[in-house]
Design a protein around this ligand. Structure first.
Ligand code: 3AL
Ligand code: ZN
Ligand code: ZN
Length: 459
């Protein structure tokens, strides 16, 4: 008779291809059976009859600030928040920690901190900035996901925006290394000049900030990055696209054969510029929140499959940086990684009838493929890692400050009526979150990324 470590009985198993009611059996780290009825004995059983089993979210875009700025957020608080939100793997960005991840030494410091403290598995982005082209090879050898560059001011002095030559040369090198380049795409000239002009005239309200970062700044930077990627043969990922037209540029280039993808974030799907006016600092981000029209366009692209990925861009800061009479001075970044899946279930599945398959693809299956994670990640299948969340899909609740695991428990979504409660999260078969509490000790593993193909091309 088979002996399992854990059998999760009777849940609705959701994969990128469909849903079925099934038992799911786990031995060690792995899923070893998914079937209508799994027989055999189990050391532990979970009754999941009223629950959905979703693949753990892979959040490709968070800023956890450790080492160096752990008071903003660290791997303990950040990964706890992820676990509570149904996320089992994250990729940490190379900036907002100090030192930023720009060479092998800073990579080693970040890796040590994450290994010591993360409750969930993780990959690490390296940075591309003026002056570190010579370090891209050593970062690739460390196993970074890829190289992240800012085309506009990052808001942090130790991570400079790329000039065009650095971006172009960086992409040439990345293409050789089989690495993807991710860009924050906003035209720096436009956004900086508009911000300076507004501030010089004493126009420092939310509306003035919004006006200083128009959609055209995003569109121009996306076009330029795509052109460079096409020319260099580099794989390109545009982070946090905020506009329908931005997604259309990416989808059009992909249709022409350019190896380019993009993500949006929950805040661009559920909040508008009016919300930024109402919520103030909590909702400040860059690119900024947009109109209802853009928000609707993003949803349409999600439905159509032309917007393949959603990531949180969780970018926290301490309270004193979220307070100023001058809105331009306030830290730009939204704390949202804990709410990513719940918002997609609430606003996507329940409100708009977006399929669970699309949600699962955008938050795990596609992410794993695009960033070439090992085949055991991003799938609820036999042989895959048992990374999953158990969700009470219809259970309504109101998001409270006391629910948040962030270092600084603020969120633009407090008071939101959510549906789709994450009841339990497992990472490689171990429960890390259960009924509102974190369980166990940090045991997250690093997922090094080494390209399978020199081009890094993924379908
Ligand atoms: N530095 C940093 O995290 N910036 C992020 N915050 C934000 O709102 N957009 C970003 O790129
Ligand atoms: Zn950004
Ligand atoms: Zn970011």
């Amino acid at each position: 008779m088979k002996m399992y470590d854990l059998v999760i009985r009777g849940g609705t198993v959701v994969t990128a291809s469909g849903t079925e009611q099934a038992d799911l059996a786990i031995v060690d780290d792995q899923i070893v059976a998914i079937a209508p009825e799994v027989s055999g004995s189990a050391k532990a059983v979970i009754d999941a009859h009223l629950l959905h089993l979703l693949p753990g979210v892979i959040d490709a875009h968070v800023h956890f600030n450790e080492p160096g700025r752990t008071a903003w957020e660290g791997f303990v608080s950040g990964s706890r928040a992820l676990a509570a939100g149904g996320t089992t793997t994250f990729f940490d960005m190379p900036l907002n920690a100090h030192p930023p991840t720009l060479d092998a030494a800073s990579f080693a410091a970040k890796l040590a901190a994450a290994r010591a403290s993360s409750y969930v598995d993780f990959g690490l982005w390296g940075g591309l900035v003026p002056g570190n082209l010579q370090q891209l090879d050593e970062l690739a050898a460390c196993g970074v996901v890829g190289f992240k560059a800012f085309m506009s001011n990052s808001g942090i002095d130790d991570f400079q925006a790329v000039d065009d030559a650095t971006l172009y040369w960086g992409m040439e090198r990345a293409a050789n290394l089989g690495k993807i380049v991710a860009v924050h795409a906003e035209n720096d000239q436009l956004t900086s000049s508009m911000a300076q002009q507004a501030q010089a005239a004493g126009r420092t309200e939310v509306r003035d900030y919004l006006a200083s970062r128009p959609v055209v700044a995003e569109l121009e930077a996306i076009e330029r990055a795509i052109l460079f990627a096409q020319e260099t043969g580099c794989a390109l990922h545009i982070v946090h696209v905020s506009s329908g037209r931005g997604v259309r540029l990416v989808a059009g280039a992909r249709a022409r054969g350019v190896d380019v993808s993009c993500e949006t974030c929950p805040h661009y799907l559920v909040l508008t510029e009016e919300d930024m006016e109402d919520l103030g600092a909590l909702a400040k981000c860059a690119p900024p929140l947009r109109s209802q029209t853009e928000l609707e366009a993003l949803w349409q692209h999600l439905f159509a499959g032309t917007l393949p990925m959603v990531a949180s861009d969780h970018s926290p800061a301490p309270p004193h940086m979220k307070t100023s009479a001058d809105f331009f001075q306030i830290w730009g970044g939204i704390s949202g990684c804990q709410s990513l899946l719940a918002l997609l279930l609430t606003e996507g599945y329940h409100q708009r009838h977006l399929s669970l398959q699309t949600i699962v693809s955008a938050t795990s299956a596609y992410v794993a493929r695009r960033f070439q994670l090992p085949a055991r990640k991003g799938r609820l299948e036999v042989g895959a890692d048992a990374d999953l969340s158990l969700v009470a899909l219809t259970e309504p609740y109101q998001l409270q400050e006391s629910d948040l695991f962030y270092q600084h428990p603020y969120s633009p979504y407090l008071g939101f009526e959510l549906r789709g409660k994450i009841v339990r999260t497992l990472v490689r078969g171990r429960t890390v979150f259960l009924d509102g509490e974190i369980v166990g000790m940090p045991a997250g593993q690093f997922l090094p990324s080494f390209p399978l193909t020199p081009s890094g091309q993924v379908s």
